[in-house]
Design a protein around this ligand. Structure first.
Ligand code: ADP
Length: 599
């Protein structure tokens, strides 16, 4: 479509639009003035000549009147006066006969009764005419004066004076020439003056144009130097002000843009803006990370297959679409919740905005929770089944059954009840520690490590004695730390108890504590069967056991090491394990001396 508002600039500059017009006006004015002046000159000259002819005629009339009427004398007189004045003098009788003439022989001349000046003189007393003289064969100007009261016997007639028009023309041409030169001079002066004036007027405009062009090309730091007339000065100032404002706006916009980009790229959610043609308009870093690509690589929604359906559904339905998808980058799986809405882009175009939230952690937690519930149910189910079985057996037994048999069943019930109690106790301990972990608050006090180790060893002593296992405590002298004593004692006890449980009779368990730079290090070293390497990454998981039946037989809950791990984490530290199957296992708790969780 043709743009109606399209501006087509004129080819000529302002100078060439003003200057010739200015010059033309001046030239026209000079021309008109010249023509009028020329006419005025001409009329003035003719009137002047007429007046001279009139003066000559009246003077000659007087001379003639004072002379006796003698045709040959008068003719001589005429010729003499004509030579002296340079004026042709003709005396014509009333019937048109030429009585005397200063130029020609009157006898050879025509009758002049038909001459217009002669006729006019007879009618009005004077007459003038400019015409061709057949007698002299050239253009002449005539003045005729009627002689009404002839004296000294002069007949009535007409005295005519005349001059050749050529002499008037010469004067006129001279004047015209002067006029032309003057006119040309005026035009020349006007040309120079108008050139300087128009230049002075257009130069600031030219500067203004240059400045405006620079601003239009985007150089908003450029400032136009105001000059010229007040109006131009104001225009320049207005343009400078405009540039300043635009600069400010641009700064604000780019600042906003940066802020938006920062928000856009640092959002925890992935963001994707797609236009109606499926082209990616915007994609943020979080989403790129999710799909394991760089933003420059992704140009079209077809490059993200798992989002195509959601995009098409949103475009077709125009409604908000929500779905859960999985991105797989290498071995890693990212679970994502997608919320997709239709948006109107600038210009009424439709597009789709997708917000993708990473719910992998949520999914993992859900899975952990599910597994945990399954594990707890399973762990509790086993002793509960045993208890139930025993009770049913006792109930079905003959009353005559020996008491010892019932005693055995009751022992089994008691053992399984203890087991369930132990599991629940451990679960409650874990829940308590986890809660403290979440609130990041832990009650601590300065404790001597030796006291904690001895206390834990004392608790494990009965089991150790049963198996003739030597528990040896080696604590750095005076070693103290800010920690929660009962929790740390519980952690050390769990490790010592495990070492006693899983080690062979007559072995030795070493319990050490020392300071390593900024850490407190507690180690429980046994000479037990060790843990196969493939189990090491899992032994701190809840209910994980290397040998399930053995653990159960030994009264293990599968939660002991998990509790140790959480207690270490609660103190800002960690627990590590090193084990050599057949030789023994070393558990190391490492906690920093100063920890922000400690209050
Ligand atoms: P459990 O109550 O079964 O002992 P734990 O969480 O304390 O549960 O330990 C997890 C598993 O790690 C145990 O079942 C056992 O197989 C293994 N384990 C723990 N400590 C030792 C140790 N000192 N020597 C050998 N195996 C151990």
């Amino acid at each position: 479509m043709k743009n109606k508002n399209k501006y087509t600039p004129g080819r000529q500059s302002l100078f060439w639009q003003i200057y010739p017009a200015f010059l033309a006006v001046v030239a026209l004015a000079v021309l008109i003035t010249g023509i009028f002046s020329a006419r005025l000159f001409k009329n003035e000259l003719i009137n002047h000549t007429k007046r001279e002819l009139f003066i000559a005629a009246t003077t000659i009339r007087e001379i003639l009147y004072n002379s006796p009427f003698d045709r040959s004398y008068l003719d001589e007189e005429c010729k003499d006066l004509g030579r002296k004045t340079g004026v042709r003098i003709t005396y014509i009788a009333l019937n048109g006969t030429v009585l005397c003439d200063s130029e020609k022989d009157p006898a050879t001349m025509d009758n002049h009764a038909d001459r217009p000046e002669f006729k006019a003189a007879l009618e009005t007393g004077t007459g003038t005419s400019i015409r061709y003289s057949h007698t002299l064969e050239k253009d002449m100007m005539y003045f005729a004066l009627a002689l009404r009261n002839p004296a000294k016997g002069h007949p009535e007639g007409v005295l005519r004076t005349s001059v050749p028009l050529a002499s008037i023309k010469i004067v006129l041409q001279k004047r015209y020439g002067e006029l032309l030169y003057t006119g040309l001079l005026v035009v020349l002066i006007a040309a120079v003056v108008s050139f300087v004036t128009v230049k002075a007027l257009t130069r600031p405009l030219e500067k203004l144009r240059e400045g405006a062009e620079r601003l239009a090309s985007g150089n908003f730091n450029y400032r136009i130097q105001p000059e010229g007339t007040r109006e131009l000065y104001r225009v320049a100032e207005a343009l400078n002000q405009m540039a300043l404002q635009i600069n400010k706006h641009i700064e604000t916009i780019s600042q906003r843009q940066k802020e938006l980009e920062a928000i856009f790229n640092n959002m925890a959610e992935g963001l994707l803006l797609i236009n109606g043609n499926g082209e990616i308009v915007q994609i943020n870093k979080t989403l790129c990370k999710m799909i394991g690509s760089r933003s420059s690589e992704i140009k079209n929604i077809s490059q993200i297959p798992s989002l195509i359906n959601i995009y098409e559904n949103t475009m077709n339905s125009g409604k908000c679409v929500e779905d859960e998808i999985i991105f797989t980058a290498g071995k890693e799986e990212t679970h994502v919740r997608v919320r997709s809405v239709l948006i109107e882009e600038g210009g009424g175009e439709r597009g789709v905005l997708m917000v993708l939230s990473d719910i992998t952690r949520l999914k993992q937690l859900e899975e952990i929770r599910r597994q945990f519930v399954a594990n707890v149910s399973h762990e509790l189910k086993t002793p509960l089944t045993a208890i139930k079985g025993c009770i049913e057996t006792i109930q079905n037994e003959e009353s005559s059954a020996p008491l010892s048999a019932s005693k055995t069943f009751l022992d089994i019930i008691a053992k399984n009840a203890d087991r369930m109690h132990a599991i629940i106790e451990d679960l409650l301990t874990l829940a308590r520690i986890e809660q403290q972990e979440q609130t990041k608050r832990l009650d601590i006090q300065s404790c001597h490590l030796a006291r904690i180790l001895n206390s834990a060893v004392e608790s494990a002593m009965p089991g150790a004695r049963e198996k003739n296992i030597l528990l040896h405590v080696d604590c750095e002298k005076g070693l103290a730390a800010e920690l929660n004593a009962s929790l740390m004692e519980q952690a050390v006890f769990n490790l010592v108890d495990n070492a006693v449980k899983y080690s062979e009779e007559g072995t030795r368990v070493e319990i050490k504590a020392c300071r390593d730079n900024n850490d407190i290090v507690i180690q429980v070293i046994d000479e037990g069967p060790g843990i196969p390497p493939e189990h090491l990454p899992h032994i701190f998981e809840r209910f994980y056991r290397v040998d399930k039946s053995r653990s159960r037989k030994l009264g293990g809950t599968g939660l002991g090491l998990s509790i140790v791990k959480h207690i270490a984490q609660l103190h800002g530290g960690r627990v590590e394990v090193k084990s050599t199957p057949g030789k023994g296992t070393t558990f190391t708790i490492r906690i920093p001396v100063q920890h922000k969780n400690l209050i």
